[in-house]
Design a protein around this ligand. Structure first.
Ligand code: 5AD
Ligand code: SF4
Length: 449
């Protein structure tokens, strides 16, 4: 009894990829995708609860479907992802029109759950054990035909005091190298040229056979027709010098690192239980920079953590000024029920102060990003051409190996190829340039990228 579906995704790239897997499952069942949840027979809210904002946005968008469901009684509404895992059955009480609550390691059963609801009309909660090993036997329906996400590990064993993720994603479990290689090889055979390896903490990737992240990169680097390997998220705590060596040593691994710092102050880092200090963080960055002179570096930062003083926040400003990130994801601290910080620390930085700190940090980061764009002028980047620019139909767009977005004039026949682009300008987050040569991939590879 297939119909149409709409999946609304919040949160991180893991969630985006979980949605791609659910789309693959629904497509295999004959469902077709529609853009508006109001017209769909099956609506899935794939939720995030890392901060209060993301959670309440999902809840209110779900609430707005009440009258649509009254008009279409066959409509089935499901909530998956971290809010579902965290709240389980309680969601059915909060949202009387919700049919299915589905946990972070249960979403692979979505079609069977739909069958149950459609046959019996019952409301179901499938929020199972999240510490179990996990495998997905379906083909994700990915947005792009050129680049795609690949899960390498699930869960998180870190105890960052502010973070809900260990509670919603369970214990770390790494997929065997052979399984990841098989998935990526199949993708490369279909024309995918770039993979983004996903895990909450890729540096602690460790298989039952004691193979680590560097071993995984080595195995993936051997795959023919694959050009580019990215990975996220790296955690400074478990980031070994060996990993940094490996990312520099394998030619397919892109020169792009997302290394969340969270704070530039050592006392705050201790309160967060990040298990590194700012000196160790600076060491990792300089090691990475020595080995990858041209690179992109991004981070996550929280301002207004409980008890953070103005002077401690200034340590974060200083670190940002010194490291000069290409981009940063910056957040106000948001207490999440069930986390150590929410249970044991008072959220004592006033909202107005948090807002002011965030603004100051964003302004600083924005000015650094502009400066960095100016420094790129004259540089030549290898760009994988991904498509036509959404903002300007006369321009192509793609990403450099440092993962900067680059736009440039060119023929759409170049989509799917690598070109060299000389940078002439840009904005804080996008570089603009002109193609200098278009060489076949083999020639570029022979020339050492
Ligand atoms: N409050 C604010 N930001 C948070 N993050 C995680 N938990 C919280 C929280 N409780 C941020 C961190 C993390 C990113 C994904 O979200 O910076 O790296
Ligand atoms: Fe949000 Fe974290 Fe869950 Fe990702 S893992 S969806 S960021 S709460």
């Amino acid at each position: 009894m297939a119909g149409s579906y709409c999946i609304i995704t919040y949160g991180c790239q893991m969630n985006e990829h979980d949605s791609e897997i659910m789309q693959g499952l629904l497509k295999a069942r004959g469902y077709s995708k529609v853009d508006s949840e109001f017209e769909a027979d099956v609506v899935v809210f794939n939720t995030c609860c890392v901060r209060e904002g993301a959670e309440s946005r999902a809840m209110s968008r779900c609430e707005s479907l009440v009258s649509a469901k009254e008009k279409n009684p066959n409509m089935v509404i499901a909530m998956s992802g971290c809010v579902a895992q965290d709240q389980g059955k309680r969601l059915l009480d909060k949202l009387p029109h919700l049919d299915i609550v589905i946990g972070t390691r249960d979403y692979v059963h979505l079609p069977q759950l739909l069958d149950r609801v459609q046959v019996s009309g019952e409301r179901v909660v499938a929020v199972d054990d999240i510490d179990k090993p996990f495998s997905v036997n379906s083909i994700p329906l990915r947005e792009s035909k050129l680049k795609g996400f690949v899960n390498i590990m699930y869960g998180c064993n870190n105890g960052c005091t502010y973070c809900i993720v260990p509670k919603t994603r369970g214990e770390e479990w790494s997929r065997p190298i052979a399984e990841v290689v098989e998935e990526v090889r199949a993708m490369a055979a279909q024309g995918y040229r770039e993979v983004m390896l996903l895990g909450q903490n890729v540096n602690s990737y460790m298989t039952d056979k004691r193979e680590d992240f560097a071993d995984l990169l080595g195995a993936l680097n051997e795959i023919d027709d694959l050009w580019r390997i990215r990975y996220t998220t790296s955690n400074p705590k478990s980031c070994r010098d060996r990993h940094i060596g490996a990312v520099a040593g394998y030619e397919k691994v892109m020169e792009n690192l997302h290394l969340p710092v969270q704070s530039g102050n050592d006392r705050v880092l201790r309160m967060m239980k990040r298990a590194y200090n700012s000196t160790r963080y600076r060491h990792l960055v300089s090691l990475y920079r020595e080995q990858n002179p041209v690179h992109g570096l991004t981070t996550d930062i929280i301002v207004g953590f409980p008890t953070e003083t103005r002077a401690e926040f200034e340590d974060t400003l200083r670190l940002v000024q010194e490291i000069r990130y290409d981009n940063a994801y910056m957040f106000m601290y948001s207490p999440r029920a069930g986390t150590v910080s929410a249970e044991t620390m008072r959220d004592d930085v006033p909202l107005e102060e948090k807002k002011a700190r965030l603004k100051e940090l964003i302004d600083l980061q924005e000015s650094i990003a502009w400066e960095k764009t100016r420094e790129e002028i004259g540089r030549v980047h290898e760009v994988m051409v991904e498509g036509i620019s959404k903002k300007d139909a006369n321009q192509l767009q793609g990403h450099s190996r440092t993962f900067k977005r680059v736009v440039f004039p060119g023929n759409e026949r170049l989509i799917g190829q690598r070109v060299k682009v000389k940078i002439t300008g840009g904005t804080s987050h996008t570089l603009a340039g002109d193609i200098v040569t278009t060489e076949p991939a083999e020639a570029l590879a022979a020339a050492g990228r």
